[in-house]
Write a protein that binds this ligand. Structure first.
Ligand code: DPP
Ligand code: ZN
Length: 872
């Protein structure tokens, strides 16, 4: 099937000068009339055909410069409209199409969610609304007129500023919106519906007042305040940190229930999945609040990194996404705790991106070919893309990075540009050469860094050898050395930092090693005793590290490192190694366990550490992380058993102490989502998890917490832990939660997620029944993803069952979902990327299920693309 290559990029022969759209919205159908002013680009041969994109469109009428076009002058079908020989000058093309938003279950283009008309156009949804040059390098100012029944849609919104509105006869009314900023069609948005709202305002740094509003289903207004507060803080932060001011007079957000993405950054009119807007203590968890804050910020930050400066083509997606994720991570770090946020982001990267980068779906942050662009909204483009930007900031320093960003905004405002142009601004602003650094964008795979060290007491020298390699990934057999920034320190025997008198063998700038070759050996002189190296502080590069550090040294780092990230990481590395050993039949020694336990207790007792950090420090690595560490022939049952055994060995002797700590953290303060309270709750729930997994004391505590919880964070945590470790009360708790919350879709999602994590052998059967229930909303992405996502991504024991029942359940579900919403279907299918690391019998079962899916007729391109790559 058709593959699109970056090397084939060429500008279109024609450009769109402006777009005038007229939507006539009615219950039965929506008519769209588009008046596009088009002109040939300089140099276009007269007579060159103009090819406009379409997707499931049917042309009702077509005119040029006001006159109907003759049939021989154009061809059209569902997938496009071609003007055979357009005039060699500026002209106005007018087309009309009729849409059926109710029937649009793909949720791309114009569709209805809970009665509201809304749109999603990124990446290629606009072509489902009208014939257009639907690609990001076509920038035009848009004017939108919309007419709709007042009773069904009293609220009419589109991008930009409201020009006028009024009566349109009978029950109809209209509004005209104009967006003066030229934009690609993927940023187009329109909403028409019967919605409630909250409003506020923000005064920018130059004193302009911006009208803010969040629209939502009636009755949900009270749940939008945290989102509004997050928006205002985001606006202020972008001024402070990047000097970026908002540009339109209004900023609107609309929450809808059916949405493929988390949210969408349409110019002046962000549309959000309602799970990332609504929050109140009784229904939302701390994690939900955290997510809302982050995504509100993310979409707002796109106004500059994405909208004012956009992508030339979809290969450049991480130009806006990687950079904007970096910006939202920085925002959260400034608003909350930086180390805790860093750990959170790295955990996410390791749990989701590393598996992608090390499997059949691996691709670089900037891919060079695709069959289906929707399959490239990946954790590699987003999260690894953010890591690459972070490394750039590390290499250039905060001031140098800011100089580059300032130049980026100055040089490229109003453009659709590339990764090369992005790197160039940092080169020019700082007088550096980033050619080798740029390989991070084009090379797939997680680098593996091997560390060995030695100490020579006689000469008081310490040598540190680093070697890097990247395994082959699909389509990339050969790999080049990367420029890897290694932030580091040496720690002396008493736990304090150690200096050196000289270093040779490679480039070291203060606490940064510029590691740019296959291997480097650094020799430090003036070292009075053997140090312990602390490398990749703050996770200064997205790499996997293996070293000759033993458990004793890791636990030394856990105690003494001045870098909180590495303290956390040392504990994770130590426990991952123990679980992995046990899963492979190599038993641990009692002293190893005692030492790890003591390190955890010391962390818990350290008054200098904040509870949110402690919660992360005592977390035992997830089974999937351990499985990745093992890397081949994984038996998920053995991993789960080893993990449980470690927790039992760790907790058993100190269960009483941990329970006391758990109890001491209970609080009767009124709920607030602030980082301080949230941190204490996460520590308490972390302790609960340890107790449930590792001692008999835990299960009754979980039940009691579930019953007595005063907020959803504690209630959900108790249920999720009970389900995950399948306590005696788990089923009763799940049943109770379902009874109480089945009526609130976003809370029902929590039940679906907890249910999908049960490790017992009947979970597949129960999930089948849930999906098959006649009232299960099978067109809603949130419901489907809440149930199936956690199952494929983290319930390894049941998804990768020996008998293949977990695999078959998913491929059958994917086949059904694919007919409704291919984007949701293909995303769930990516869970099969785990196959290569499983033991052969399970891997074969997985491939059988995939092969059976591939034999089906009529698969979407989205699913076919993922299948072919998984089976390659
Ligand atoms: N709305 C999605 C995001 O912000 C795609 N741009 O990442
Ligand atoms: Zn984004």
């Amino acid at each position: 099937e058709h593959t699109i290559y970056l090397k084939d990029y060429a500008p279109t022969p024609y450009r769109i000068v402006s777009a005038d759209l007229d939507f006539r919205i009615r219950e039965e159908a929506t008519r769209v009339r588009a008046q596009l002013t088009i002109e040939p680009r300089p140099g276009t041969e007269p007579g060159t055909p103009l090819v406009l994109d379409g997707d499931e469109l049917k042309l009702d009428s077509i005119a040029m410069d006001g006159a109907p076009m003759v049939l021989s002058a154009y061809t059209s079908d569902a997938n496009g409209l071609t003007l055979v020989e357009p005039p060699p000058r500026r002209f106005v093309l007018e087309t009309e199409v009729t849409l059926k938003p109710e029937a649009n279950t793909r949720l791309m283009g114009l569709y209805r969610s809970g009665g509201t008309w809304c749109t999603q156009c990124e990446p290629e949804g606009f072509r489902r609304i009208t014939y257009y040059l639907d690609r990001p390098d076509i920038l035009a100012p848009f004017k939108v007129r919309m007419t709709a029944p007042r009773s069904l849609a009293p609220i009419l919104l589109a991008n930009g500023n409201l020009l006028e509105q009024g009566d349109a006869g009978e029950d109809m009314h209209y509004a005209v919106w104009e967006d003066p900023f030229p934009k690609p069609a993927y940023l187009f948005a329109l909403v028409a519906g019967d919605l409630g709202s909250i409003t506020d305002s923000f005064t920018t740094m130059s004193g302009r007042e911006i009208a803010l509003a969040i629209y939502c289903a009636h009755g949900k207004e009270d749940e939008c305040h945290y989102a509004m507060d997050s928006l205002k803080r985001s606006m202020a932060w972008d001024e402070r940190r990047f000097g970026r001011e908002y540009d339109l007079d209004v900023f609107n957000i609309v929450a809808v229930s059916d949405f493929n993405f988390g949210a969408m950054e349409n110019k002046g009119l962000n549309i959000f999945n309602d799970r990332l807007v609504f929050a109140k203590p009784e229904t939302a968890t701390d994690a939900n609040y955290h997510g809302i804050e982050r995504v509100i910020a993310h979409e707002y930050f796109h106004n500059w990194t994405g909208n004012r400066i956009t992508c030339r083509d979809w290969f450049q997606l991480c130009l806006k996404e990687g950079l904007t994720v970096y910006r939202d991570q920085e925002f959260t770090s400034d608003e909350r705790s930086r180390p805790v946020q860093r750990i959170h982001d790295v955990q996410n990267l390791r749990t989701n991106q590393f598996p992608e980068d090390g499997g059949p779906l691996a691709h670089p942050p900037r891919p060079d070919n695709y069959r289906e662009i929707n399959n490239f909204y990946t954790t590699t483009v987003y999260e690894k893309g953010a890591e690459v930007v972070r490394m750039l900031a590390t290499l250039l320093g905060e001031a140098g990075f800011r100089k580059g960003m300032d130049l980026y905004f100055e040089r490229h405002d109003g453009e659709a540009t590339t990764i090369e142009a992005f790197l160039k601004v940092f080169e020019d602003a700082n007088g550096v050469d980033l050619a080798q650094f740029g390989i991070w964008y084009t090379q797939a795979g997680t680098p593996q860094v091997d560390v060995t060290d030695s100490y020579d007491a006689a000469s008081q020298t310490y040598t540190l050898t680093l070697a890097q390699k990247v395994d082959p990934t699909p389509g990339q057999a050969e790999k080049q050395p990367l420029l890897i920034p290694v932030r580091f320190g040496l720690i002396g025997p008493n736990g304090s930092p150690m200096g050196w008198t000289g270093v040779s063998g490679g480039e070291v700038r203060d606490d940064l090693i510029l590691f740019d070759r296959a291997s480097v050996t650094l020799t430090f002189t003036g070292i009075a005793s053997r140090p312990v190296p602390s490398l990749f502080r703050g996770f200064s590069a997205p790499v996997k590290v293996t070293s000759n550090l033993g458990q004793e040294q890791l636990l030394f780092l856990a105690r003494h490192d001045s870098d909180p990230f590495n303290r956390w990481d040392a504990l994770q590395t130590a426990s991952t190694a123990l679980i992995a050993d046990a899963a492979r039949g190599k038993d641990w020694s009692g002293t190893d366990i005692d030492a790890l336990r003591q390190a955890l207790l010391d962390t818990l007792d350290d008054p200098g550490l904040d509870p949110a950090f402690k919660a992360q420090a005592i977390a035992i690595p997830a089974a999937t992380v351990v499985a990745r560490h093992i890397g081949h022939d994984v038996d998920p049952d053995a991993v789960a058993a080893a993990r449980k055994r470690l927790m039992t060995a760790m907790v058993g002797p100190v269960a009483e102490r941990l329970e006391a700590k758990y109890r001491a953290l209970s609080s009767s303060e009124p709920y607030s989502p602030d980082a301080g309270q949230a941190g204490r709750r996460s520590l308490r729930n972390g302790l609960l998890g340890l107790l449930v997994a590792g001692s008999d004391r835990g299960a009754p505590l979980a039940t009691a917490q579930y019953t007595g919880a005063a907020n959803m964070t504690d209630r959900y945590a108790a249920m999720a832990i009970a389900a995950h470790y399948w306590t005696g009360d788990a089923q009763a708790i799940l049943g109770d939660f379902r009874t109480i919350h089945a009526g609130d879709p976003l809370v029902f999602d929590k039940w679906l997620t907890a249910s999908a994590q049960a490790p017992d052998d009947r979970v597949v059967e129960r999930m089948r029944a849930i999906l098959a229930a006649p009232d299960f909303p099978r067109t809603n992405p949130n419901r489907l993803r809440s149930l199936l996502g956690p199952f494929v991504m983290s319930n390894m024991v049941q998804f990768a069952r020996k008998d293949g029942a977990g695999f078959r359940f998913i491929t059958e579900a994917v086949a059904e979902i694919d007919r409704v919403n291919p984007q949701v279907a293909s995303r769930i299918l990516t869970g099969f990327r785990i196959l290569p690391i499983l033991e052969p019998a399970r891997r074969d079962k997985g491939r059988e299920a995939l092969a059976a899916l591939r034999d089906r007729e009529g698969l979407s391109r989205n699913v076919a693309d993922i299948l072919d790559r998984l089976l390659a």
